[in-house]
Design a protein around this ligand. Structure first.
Ligand code: ADP
Length: 638
C-alpha cells in the first residue's frame, strides 16, 4: 500500500470557495428576514382582528342591554303615571278644573283660585313623593295647561313648545308615554335647595278619561333625567373610557357624560358643581383633541356632528374601529344605533388608545423587534463579510506561501539529487585513494583524505536529509506499508549503531526479545530511518559511559510503542516544544555536536505517514525517552 504525504491541504478552503460563499449568506439572511417579517405581520394582523372582534362584541353588547333597561324604566314610569291619572280623587279634581278652564276660557286666575287645584296638588304631591316625580302638569286637548304643581305653569301652552308634541299626541291616543329631556321654563328645586332655571326635565304622561271613557286631558309628571334615566346609560360603561350615552334628534346629549370634569376643564361645560352635561353638550366634532389643548375657531353651532352622530341622525346604525373624534375631540371607536321607536340615538364608545392599547403595544414591540433583527442581521452580515474577507486574505496568503514553499522544495529536491551524484564520486574516489596499496598515500595525504572523507560524509548526510524534507514538503515522498518484524529490524539497527556508540563510549542495548516480537504495519526502510535517527541522537546527545536502550510495549488502539531511552543531557519543556521544527537545534550548536536540525522533523513526518505517533519525555540532566507508536500488523485488516 503506497501513500504520499501532502503537507498542503487547501482544497476545501481555497480562495475561490470563499468568493462563492458570499451570495448564499446574504440570500439566507434576506430570506430569513422576509419570513420573519411575514410571520410577524400575519400574527399581528391575526391578533388585531381578534381584538377588534372582541371589542365589537363588547361595545355592541352594551347597546341592547341599555335599551332593555330603558324600556323597563319607561314602562314602569308610564304605569305609575297611569295609576296616578286613574286615581279617583285626582280624576275628579282634574275634570272639575278642566270645566273651570273651559268655562273661564282659560282664565288662569280662576283656575288658581279653585279649591280643586289645592285638593289636586295635595293628592298628587303625595303620589309624587311616592313615585319620585318632581311635579305635574295637566293639559287639555289643545295642549293648554289647566293645572300644575307650580302656578307659573298654568294658563299657557309653553310645555308643548319645549317638550315637543309627540308624547302629547300619543297620550291623547290613549297611551301612557314619555317625553325626552328638554329644558323646562319652570324652575326646579335642586337637592341643594337652589332653584335651577332652564333645568333638564323629562315627562311621563298618561291620558285622563271622563266618565264616558273619552280622553279629555293629559296628565304629565315631571322627572329629573339625571336621576334614573341617566343611570341606565352608566351601566354600559366599560374600562377607563368606555361610555354609553343617548342623544336627541338635534344631536344633543340627553344622558350624563362620563367626563364632566374634562368638559368643564376645556370649557364645554360651565365650571359649577351643579352644571349638568345633559342637554348642554352637542355631539359635535371640535376638529381636534380639546384635552390636548386644541381650541376650535368655529362657533359650536358651525361645527359638524361627529362621525357617529352624522350616521345615527340619519337613522342609521353602525360602527367604526378606524377611529373618529368624539365631542371632546378624543379619538374613539364606537358602535351606535338610532332608536326610532323612542326618537333618540345611543352610542357606545371607547377611547381608541384604550381599545387598542394591546394591539398598539404589540405593533410597537413588533417594529422594535423587527428593527433590532434587521440591525442584528446587518451587523452579523457585515461581521461575516469582514471575517470572510479576512479568511480569504489568509487563505490566499497561505496558498501563495505554500506555492512558494513547494517551488523551494522542488528546487531543493532537484538540487540535492544533483549534488548527491558528484558527492558519491568524491567519497568513492577518496576511499579508493586511501585504500590503494600500490601507491600508498603519504601521512599528510592520508590525513587530508580522511578530512575529505569525514566532511564529505557529513555533507552527504546533510544532502540526504534535505532531500527527504523537501520531498515530504513537495508531497512527493512515498511510503510502502508492509508487515515488519520489529525484532529483526531493531536487531539489525543495533548492530549497525553499536560501533557508532562505541566511538562515543555509549552502549546501545536492544531489550526487544525475539520470542515476543510483533509484526508492525510500516514501511521497513522508513521505520529503520526513524529508529536510526533516534538512536543516533541518543548517542550524539549522551555523556561518556551512557547508554541507549530499546524496548517496547503494546498500547491501546492496536499499536506498539517502541521506546528509545537514553541517559543524555535531556531536554527542558521549552526545548521539547521546538525540536520538531525544521533547523531548530535547541542549543546543541553550543555543545559542538554535529547536526543540521531537521532529523527530528523528518522523523516525525515519517512516523505520522505510517499512521503512527512520535512523542517524548525528558528530564534535564538525566536523559530522554522517545516513543514511536506504530500500528500492529493484523492480517485481517489488510
Ligand atoms: P540535529 O541532531 O541534527 O541537531 P535533530 O532534528 O535530530 O537535529 O534534533 C534537533 C535537536 O533536538 C537537537 O539539535 C538536540 O538539541 C535535540 N535532541 C534530539 N535528540 C536528543 C536527545 N536524545 N537528547 C537530547 N537532545 C536531543
Amino acid at each position: 500500500m503506497e501513500k504520499t504525504l501532502s503537507v498542503i491541504t487547501i482544497n476545501k478552503n481555497s480562495a475561490e470557495n470563499f468568493k462563492e460563499s458570499r451570495v448564499p449568506l446574504f440570500l439566507i439572511s434576506i430570506g430569513a428576514l422576509a419570513i420573519l417579517l411575514f410571520v410577524g405581520l400575519a400574527s399581528y394582523k391575526l391578533i388585531e382582528n381578534e381584538v377588534k372582534g372582541s371589542l365589537l362584541k363588547q361595545l355592541q353588547l352594551a347597546l341592547p342591554g341599555t335599551v332593555k333597561m330603558f324600556k323597563i324604566w319607561e314602562k314602569d314610569a308610564a304605569s305609575k303615571a297611569k295609576a296616578a291619572a286613574l286615581n279617583k280623587e285626582v280624576k275628579k279634581d282634574l275634570l272639575v278644573l278642566l270645566d273651570v278652564s273651559r268655562s273661564s276660557l282659560g282664565n288662569s286666575q280662576k283656575i288658581l283660585s279653585s279649591k280643586n287645584l289645592i285638593s289636586l296638588r295635595d293628592h298628587l304631591n303625595k303620589i309624587n313623593l311616592q313615585y319620585g316625580f318632581e311635579g305635574f302638569v295637566a293639559l287639555d286637548l289643545n295642549g293648554f295647561a289647566f293645572a300644575a304643581s307650580e302656578d307659573e305653569a298654568i294658563g299657557h301652552k309653553k310645555l308643548l313648545e319645549r317638550a315637543g308634541s309627540k308624547f302629547f299626541k300619543l297620550s291623547l291616543m290613549g297611551n301612557s308615554t314619555f317625553a325626552l329631556p328638554f329644558k323646562s321654563e319652570i324652575p326646579l328645586q335642586m337637592e341643594s335647595g337652589e332653584l335651577c332655571q332652564e333645568c333638564p326635565t323629562m315627562l311621563t304622561s298618561s291620558p285622563v278619561y271622563d266618565e264616558s271613557g273619552k280622553v279629555v286631558a293629559v296628565l304629565s309628571f315631571r322627572l329629573r333625567p339625571e336621576a334614573v334615566f341617566a343611570d341606565i346609560f352608566e351601566i354600559g360603561q366599560t374600562g377607563k373610557s368606555g361610555e354609553v350615552y343617548a342623544f336627541n334628534s338635534k344631536g344633543i346629549l340627553i344622558s350624563k357624560s362620563r367626563f364632566p370634569n374634562e368638559l368643564k376643564k376645556v370649557g364645554l361645560l360651565e365650571n359649577r358643581p351643579e352644571a349638568l352635561s345633559i342637554l348642554n353638550i352637542g355631539i359635535k366634532d371640535p376638529g381636534g383633541n380639546l384635552l390636548e389643548g386644541f381650541r376650535s375657531k368655529k362657533d359650536s353651532e358651525e361645527l359638524p356632528f361627529t362621525r357617529m352622530a352624522t350616521s345615527a341622525l340619519k337613522g342609521e346604525s353602525g360602527f367604526d374601529f378606524k377611529g373618529y373624534r368624539d365631542y371632546r375631540g378624543v379619538k374613539v371607536v364606537g358602535v351606535w344605533s338610532w332608536l326610532s321607536e323612542f326618537g333618540f340615538g345611543v352610542a357606545s364608545e371607547m377611547n381608541y388608545d384604550e381599545a387598542f392599547s394591546l394591539v398598539n403595544k404589540l405593533e410597537k414591540w413588533y417594529w422594535i423587534l423587527f428593527c433590532a433583527l434587521i440591525f442584528a442581521s446587518a451587523f452579523s452580515i457585515i461581521l461575516a463579510e469582514k471575517r470572510r474577507r479576512y479568511r480569504y486574505q489568509l487563505v490566499r496568503s497561505k496558498e501563495e506561501a505554500e506555492k512558494a514553499n513547494r517551488a523551494k522544495s522542488e528546487f531543493l529536491a532537484k538540487m540535492s539529487h544533483e549534488l548527491r551524484t558528484p558527492m558519491n564520486a568524491i567519497l568513492g574516489f577518496t576511499q579508493f585513494l586511501m585504500k590503494d596499496k600500490k601507491e600508498p598515500l603519504t601521512e599528510f595525504q592520508s590525513s587530508s583524505a580522511e578530512h575529505i572523507l569525514k566532511a564529505g560524509n557529513h555533507l552527504l548526510e546533510l544532502i540526504n536529509e534535505i532531500l527527504d524534507l523537501s520531498q515530504i514538503e513537495a508531497g512527493k515522498l512515498k511510503i510502502k506499508l508492509e508487515p515488519v518484524n520489529l525484532f529483526l529490524l531493531t536487531n539489525e539497527i543495533c548492530d549497525l549503531m553499536q560501533p557508532v556508540g562505541e566511538s562515543k563510549e555509549v552502549t546501545v542495548k536492544n531489550m526487544i526479545s525475539k520470542d515476543r516480537s510483533p509484526f508492525l504495519y510500516a514501511d521497513n526502510m522508513r521505520l529503520k530511518q526513524v529508529l536510526v535517527n533516534l538512536i543516533s541522537n541518543g548517542i550524539k546527545y549522551n555523556r561518556n559511559g551512557g547508554e541507549v536502550v530499546l524496548s517496547m510495549e503494546e498500547i491501546e488502539n492496536k499499536k506498539i510503542r517502541i521506546k528509545l531511552r537514553d541517559t543524555g543531557y535531556g531536554l527542558s519543556e521549552e526545548q521539547k516544544k521546538i525540536i520538531f521544527q525544521p533547523f531548530e537545534r535547541a542549543g546543541a550548536e553550543a555543545r559542538k555536536v554535529d547536526g543540521v536540525g531537521i532529523g527530528l522533523t523528518i522523523t516525525k513526518y515519517l512516523v505520522e505517514m505510517m499512521e503512527g505517533n512520535l512523542s517524548l519525555e525528558s528530564v534535564v540532566g538525566k536523559g530522554s525517552c522517545f516513543y514511536v507508536d506504530i500500528p500492529i500488523y493484523e492480517e485481517v485488516a489488510v
